[in-house]
Every structure is written in structure tokens, then in C-alpha cells.
Write a protein that binds this ligand. Structure first.
Ligand code: PLP
Length: 464
């Protein structure tokens, strides 16, 4: 018997809890359809119950687990509900759930290769395959991140390090003028925080106008860079978006590559959600130009449907990572491996998140993922057909599984309609802005959703 059974129970207790947990979770999964997609919990009652949990007396783990699951069943937007047409957060693949369980059971520390060589090599194998599938040359690499924001942060650090060998030691002072990065006005605004965190200031981000259909205006980009150079600023990076968060639009990737090349800038492509289309032979041409990037962000926890907290940073210029994140300490194990994650990435202690994509991709194969993407796109096409037939306008010319819609004249404003849909508990969509207009945004994020779920959504949207 372990000394502290609540923390480290014996074999029998563990087996009992495991069986109970998987039973309860399976019940949750099977009955999602009958519950509200949106939170419908009495939050005051919940807070009172939470306040009573003061940890003064131990409680049974099973009791705590039941309480947590019951609360979560009604206290969050249900990603696993087939009526959830939400932001990019998926209903996770079962393989990814299994991966989390395995990673938790072994709890490998993967920041150094020598501590967990098998885990590190599984991750590197996955990263190499994804990089290759994205069209990057052999020898490209990268690593898993907590998500797209960390991957984009890594890109800026690489860009700054590549632009000046002194950046690592001197920070922004290494530059003769204000460093600048360029992303579209429809890009993911984590860029502002990232610029802030790297000490070059939020105004370093030039948000380039879009062309009226959600794509970066390439002429405005070229012109802004020229003007900045004339003013003595130091352009360091173009960050194109392949699959904008609101509308799934793809910036002109080849034109951006040409401009980056002309000025010797780091070229990053943020394909956090849309990058998953590399899986589909039918749709991958949407990402034409992706292979020209110096670095790419793709989230596993969006369209690849792993559990949350799994992004990827991919780069053809792997040597810069070792420059940018180098550090030596006397408490880390000696290692001849120069590419240990703790000296090539933002994180130090690391979770084995790459296993989620390894198991998911392994179990589905690229073909299985292609079907997952293509099915989502087909459902979106069905939604577009249904809504346009009812007088709605489809605003975003994206081939991805996200739609932005504005209602027919005389209908309620988008905000009112979306609120009504969410309140119904039968479907979940959101309000977004596309090219300055308020739109109803719907994204197929759940591999269990069907045409019938789209029809339910349309019913809720058109009820008045
Ligand atoms: C979601 C998203 C991000 C941020 O990624 P996180 O995984 O939420 O950190 C960045 N860029 C784009 C285009 C996104 O869609």
C-alpha cells in the first residue's frame, strides 16, 4: 500500500476508478445530443458548491469526478455536440483522448531527448511527416507547441534572430530602427501580444488592409514595406494567413513569398486551422504557395481534431531554433544532442502532446483525414445551399468548412439571430466580423455532425 492512498491508490482502487470513469465518460458521449450545446448550468448554485470545496477534509475521488463531470456536462460549450458549429475547437478524436491517457500514465519529460528518447522520436517523426506533407524540403523540422499562438511567437523570435545576430543578447536595441512585421487586418491578433512579449511593441505590427474579400492586399503590403524602409524602420517578417479565423480566407501566398524574398524577410504562414487541408488531395491546392514559407503554424487541436493544447511550428531553417533558444545550465543532463527541445523552443518541461497526432494520424491514415476534411466541407456546402435558398448572403468565398452569412433584408440583426440559436441549445454558432460587416459564422468542427444537424441549425436560424 502506498503511503498516501488518495494520491497514489492501490491497484484495485485504481481499476475501480478507471472503470467508473470510462463508463461515465461513455454515457456523456452517447447522450450529448439531448443536452444543450451552450452552457445551461445555474452558475450561482455552481459557485456556491465550488466555494464549499475548501480542501479541509478529503473527499472520495469518485465523488469529485462525478461532481466535475456533471458540472461540465452543463457548464461549457459542448465541443462534442453535433450541433456545435463553433470556433475551431473540435470534438476530439478518440485516438487523441487515448494519447492523453497514455502520456499521463507515463508522464515522460520530453524536453531532453535522453530522458524519453522514444517519445521525442515519435514527435520528431510526426513533425517531419507534416512538414514534408506541407511541401517543406527534406531536413525540415520544428516541434509541437501549446497552440498556434506559441507557434506564431516562435516564428517572430526566429525572424528577429535571423534579421540580427545581436537580437538574442541585445533585444530590440540590436536594430537600427523599429522592427516591423506584416500581417493582414483579418489575421489572428495574437500577433499584437507576440510583438509586445518580444519587446518590439504592439505598433511593430503592420495590419495590412484586405482586398474586400478577406485576403491581404498584396499591393498595400509591398507599398507599406517600402514606406517603412524609407522611414528607417526594419522589416523582419511577413506573416501570411492561410485560413483566417473568421472566414477561412487564404492570403496570396505566392505573392507574399515574392515580396518577402525581394526584401530578404522571414516568411511565415499561419495555417493554424486551414493547414490541415494538406491532408486532402482534392483541396490542398487551396494552400498553393505554402511550401515557400520559412516557417508554418498548423494546429493539431483544430481541424486535425486532437485534444486542446497541441500546435505545431514547422520550419525549413531548423538551425535558427538552436540559436534563438540556446541556454546552458549545470542542472540539465549532459547531452550531445544539440536539438533538445529545451534549447530549441519556448517551453522547458514538456508534455508528450505529439502522441495525439501520431495515434490519430496512424489510426486514420492520410486518407482518413482527407475524408474528415472533405466531409466537413460538404456539410458547409449544404449549409450554404440551404441558407442562400432562403435569401441569406454567403459572404466569404472560402473553400474551407467555415461560412459567414448575412441575413436577408427585413430579418432580425445577426446578433439577435445568433443569440436565439444559442439559446435554443440545439446548435451553436457565433457572431463575427468579415470585412467590417457583422456576420453569422458557422464552422463544421465535429466529425460526428451530419446533414441532419445542418438542417436543425437552419431551422433554428430561420425561426422567428
Ligand atoms: C486559432 C488561431 C491561432 C491561435 O492558435 P491557438 O491554438 O488558439 O493558440 C492563430 N492563428 C489562426 C489563423 C488561428 O485560427
Amino acid at each position: 500500500m502506498a503511503i498516501n492512498p488518495p494520491l497514489f491508490p492501490d491497484h484495485q482502487t485504481r481499476q475501480h476508478s478507471e472503470a467508473h470513469l470510462s463508463h461515465v465518460l461513455e454515457m456523456v458521449r452517447q447522450r450529448t445530443g439531448g443536452r444543450s450545446v451552450a452552457p445551461d448550468i445555474d452558475l450561482d448554485a455552481f459557485r456556491r458548491a465550488l466555494a464549499e470545496k475548501t480542501f479541509d477534509r478529503p473527499e472520495e475521488l469518485d465523488t469529485l469526478i462525478n461532481w466535475t463531470i456533471e458540472s461540465l456536462k452543463h457548464g461549457m460549450v459542448q465541443m462534442t455536440h453535433p450541433g456545435c458549429f463553433g470556433l475551431f475547437n473540435p470534438s476530439p478524436s478518440f485516438a487523441a483522448e487515448c494519447a492523453d491517457r497514455i502520456a499521463s500514465a507515463f508522464n515522460p519529460q520530453i524536453c531532453v531527448w535522453s530522458h524519453a528518447p522514444v517519445a521525442v522520436e515519435i514527435e520528431k517523426h510526426v513533425i517531419a511527416h507534416i512538414a514534408q506533407r506541407a511541401g517543406l524540403p527534406a531536413g525540415s523540422g520544428g516541434h509541437f507547441t501549446s497552440g498556434g499562438a506559441e507557434a506564431n511567437n516562435t516564428a517572430l523570435i526566429c525572424a528577429l534572430s535571423a534579421a540580427s545576430p545581436d537580437y538574442a543578447e541585445q533585444g530590440a536595441r540590436a536594430f537600427a530602427g523599429q522592427p516591423r512585421l506584416y500581417a493582414s487586418a483579418e489575421s489572428h491578433l495574437a500577433w499584437l501580444k507576440i510583438a509586445h512579449m518580444n519587446g518590439i511593441g504592439r505598433t511593430a505590427v503592420r495590419l495590412i488592409a484586405t482586398d474586400g474579400s478577406g485576403r491581404m492586399d498584396q499591393d498595400a503590403l509591398a507599398q507599406t514595406i517600402k514606406t517603412d524602409i524609407t522611414a528607417g524602420d526594419v522589416p523582419v517578417m511577413i506573416a501570411a494567413t492561410a485560413g483566417t479565423t473568421n472566414a477561412g480566407m487564404v492570403d496570396p501566398l505566392n505573392a507574399c513569398a515574392d515580396i518577402a524574398k525581394r526584401h530578404s524577410l522571414w516568411y511565415h504562414i499561419d495555417a493554424a486551422w486551414g493547414g490541415a487541408l494538406i491532408a486532402s488531395p482534392k483541396y490542398r491546392a487551396v494552400l498553393d504557395g505554402l511550401s515557400r514559407a520559412d516557417s508554418i503554424t498548423i494546429d493539431a487541436h483544430k481541424w486535425f481534431a486532437t485534444t486542446m493544447g497541441a500546435g505545431m511550428f514547422l520550419t525549413r531553417k531548423t538551425a535558427i531554433l538552436a540559436q534563438a533558444f540556446r541556454v546552458s545550465t549545470d542542472y540539465m543532463p549532459d547531452s550531445n544532442v544539440v536539438d533538445d527541445y529545451y534549447v530549441t523552443s519556448v517551453q522547458w518541461s514538456r508534455r508528450f502532446v505529439g502522441l495525439r497526432l501520431f495515434l490519430s494520424l496512424g489510426a486514420a491514415g492520410w486518407d482518413g483525414y482527407a475524408r474528415h476534411m472533405e466531409n466537413a466541407i460538404q456539410l458547409m456546402e449544404h449549409l450554404i445551399t440551404r441558407l442562400t435558398a432562403l435569401g441569406w448572403t454567403h459572404e466569404n468565398a472560402s473553400s474551407m468548412a467555415v461560412g459567414c452569412f448575412t441575413p436577408p433584408k427585413g430579418a432580425d440583426p445577426v446578433e439577435v439571430i445568433v443569440e436565439r440559436v444559442v439559446q435554443s441549445g440545439k446548435a451553436w454558432v457565433s457572431v463575427a466580423r468579415f470585412e467590417g460587416r457583422a456576420v453569422l459564422r458557422a464552422c463544421v468542427t465535429n466529425g460526428h455532425s451530419t446533414m441532419a444537424d445542418i438542417d436543425i441549425l437552419v431551422d433554428e436560424i430561420t425561426k422567428s
